[in-house]
Design a protein around this ligand. Sequence first.
Ligand code: ADP
Length: 452
Amino acid sequence: MFSRILIANRGEIALRIIRAARVMGVESVCVYSKADADGPWLQHADETVCIGEPPAAESYLRSDRIISAAEVTGAEAIHPGYGFLAENANFAEACLDSGFAFIGPSPKAMALLGDKVSCKNLARKAGTPIFPGTEDAIEEIDEALEMAQLIGYPVIVKAAAGGGGRGMRIARNDDELRAGVESAQQEAEAAFGDGRVYVEKFLEHARHFEIQCIGDDHGNAVHLFERDCTTQRRHQKLIEEAPAPNVDPEKRDEVARTAAALIREANYSGAATVEFLMDGDQNFFMLEVNTRVQVEHPVSELISGVDIVGEQIRVAAGEPLSIKQEDISVNGHAIECRINAEDPDRGFMPQAGLIETWCPPGGLGVRLDSHATAGYRIPPNYDSMIGKLIVHGPDRETAIARMRVALDEFKVGPIKTTIPLHRRLMDHPSFNTADFDIHYVERWLEEAEASG
Ligand code: ADP
């Protein structure tokens, strides 16, 4: 096992990694930007190194400075967290080239699964359900038009190198498809330096369903069941839960098994999430594979009892997974609310500034993963998420009841947060019956606005 790791991230995930490492007797080095000099998580690190100015491009995205920090502090491995450099295969390669373990997959597996075309082809082999569509990047527009004839409109044009929703176009007829392919190619070329696009069926009403997987370097890959992340706004997840409500257990198990098979097929070591959309008839279609730990990993930890970040560190050190598929079972129900410093009444405008009041909730089944405290000043430079409130209970009803109480107890001010929004969502009929799709929050907010 490592004696020291470096964390190339900030905020709640930096703290989550420090905690997992400490439990394993591993020391942590945290790099930070000048905007984060007072970051409360840094107090828990064994050593800290300032790596630059507030803009991420001058600090958290500077792989050269991160690697230098690992060299001077004697770290043996680098954990990228999520966001920033977490899914950058060049960064993973640079860590390995400089003699550090990368706490994540090999650059090869990352690139294979990060490219949507090669990922879909691998999924086909592993039996993971995918959207019908073109097998390779489109060379002639006729290939796109023929595929649309075959699968029917609407279709979506997507960039092979896509990410962050860029290079995607929905088309409902031939004219839109011709225009969509051209503009998606241009956008993908500009954003990723890779203009390859493909076409697949577009699903209008869907739920977001994803499988948490972990693999090691010894050929093992397990899944920790699914998460439902249907409660989103503009493709940003707000609430995640596990297990997914109202889904046939046999179908869930089958998808989970194929997701683990995909990870195994990629010789994948580390944590990965295979994301799917699910239609009204419980058909699943793979969206993409995220090759990092995800924001919502705690709900899977609570229902499975597995320390996902701990397993990441373990497998990066070359050890086998500490768990076997047959030993893992679902225990109860967990729900996570992302607490963002945003003002829902003003278009979700990010709120920077001083937190004066911070009264966190507690009690049976309540977990708060947050770096915030009273007196913490939220810098304007980064993501607005200041914490994650996660509850666990024997069933979904109890978990929702515990979440309502926890949200009522949770007082933050004067900055605005998404806490009141989550409290209202806990009473939303569609959330309560889990009869929802990924656009229900947007429709609800629009209706609320229209009725004043
Ligand atoms: P990115 O990597 O850019 O985030 P994804 O493949 O994850 O791209 O897609 C982003 C979002 O776009 C998904 O969460 C989903 O809401 C929507 N989307 C993508 N593909 C489809 C599809 N075939 N049908 C319906 N919605 C889709």
